[in-house]
Design a binder for this molecule. Structure first.
Ligand code: B1M
Length: 217
């Protein structure tokens, strides 16, 4: 079995200790962090599909996602190293998963890549109240607000943030980008967001575009 297969098996079984160990081994074997991250994303999607088909139970999905969160912590500095463009000036982005939604793996991957591409990222975590997001953007003097939502029931949290920005006459101050599995470009247009990205790499490109390639702050 290859190092990557061992790592994926450890993650699937939710064995955090072994996942951490296998990650170190895979990195020592010279496998790029970005390649490992791609495999993990693929694996967690397969796990989600299996859950949807009732092939596995919620606790199995939970332990695998917990292991993935720990693996990502190890990969993050390596992903940063692998990013070659060191000339960039950071723009600042506030990131949150919206109210009522605890999914954070996708947001964390987006943050990891933004970080790796020299954005300054402020993580508000998951299940974050809409007004708190706006207040944090003000407090942090952010350029962008990034909102993740993984459930059809929580997508409205993204809309609410834009509405609050409008009500508080702050809309022009921040670019808003949205993402997450149930969202799409049409949704972003409908709620008046500045952009939507289907995955982490596109989110980085979008953030770069909206901040004139890394902030002229
Ligand atoms: Co939950 N969950 N979950 N879950 N979970 C989904 C989302 C679900 C589709 C599974 C299913 O039933 N088929 C379903 C939502 C259904 C819906 O509304 N459409 C669901 C449900 C229902 C639930 C619970 C309600 C289950 C329950 O308790 N009965 C509960 C939610 C409670 C709550 O939030 N209030 C719940 C709980 C959990 C776990 C805790 C077990 C765990 C989350 C752990 C964690 O995040 N710490 C979990 C997981 C892991 C999933 C699945 C399997 C995987 C999600 C994920 O991490 N994907 C998911 C099923 C699936 O997706 N097939 C599912 C991998 C990740 C890399 O992809 O998040 O899409 P994704 O992020 C991508 C892009 O979307 C994009 O870039 C990322 C990287 O490429 N992106 C952005 C994301 N955010 C972005 C922001 C951007 C730009 C791009 O700009 C700002």
């Amino acid at each position: 079995m290859t190092e990557k297969e061992n790592l994926i098996n450890a993650m699937k079984s939710g064995d955090v200790g072994s996942s951490v160990e296998m990650t170190e081994i895979a990195l020592s074997a010279g496998i790029p962090a970005s390649e490992i991250a791609d495999s993990l994303i693929q694996t967690i999607r397969e796990i989600g599909d299996a859950f949807e088909k009732f092939e596995i139970f919620l606790p199995e999905m939970m332990v695998a996602s917990d292991a993935m969160v720990e693996i990502l912590k190890i990969l993050e500095p390596r992903l940063k190293e692998e990013s070659s463009d060191l000339e960039m000036k950071p723009a600042k982005i506030i990131m949150a998963t919206v109210k009522g939604d605890i999914h954070e793996i996708g947001k964390n991957i987006v943050m990891t890549l933004l970080n790796a591409n020299r954005f300054e990222v402020v993580d508000l975590g998951s299940d974050v109240d809409s007004l708190d997001i706006v207040k944090a953007a003000e407090r942090e003097k952010a350029d962008l607000i990034g909102l993740s939502s993984l459930m059809t029931t929580t997508m409205l949290g993204q809309k609410e943030v834009v509405e609050i920005l409008n009500e508080m006459k702050l809309r022009e101050k921040f670019k808003v980008i949205v993402g997450g599995a149930p969202t799409n470009q049409e949704w972003a247009d409908r709620i008046g967001a500045d952009g939507w990205a289907p995955d982490a790499a596109s989110a980085v490109r979008l953030a770069e575009k909206l901040t004139n390639n890394k902030g002229d702050r």
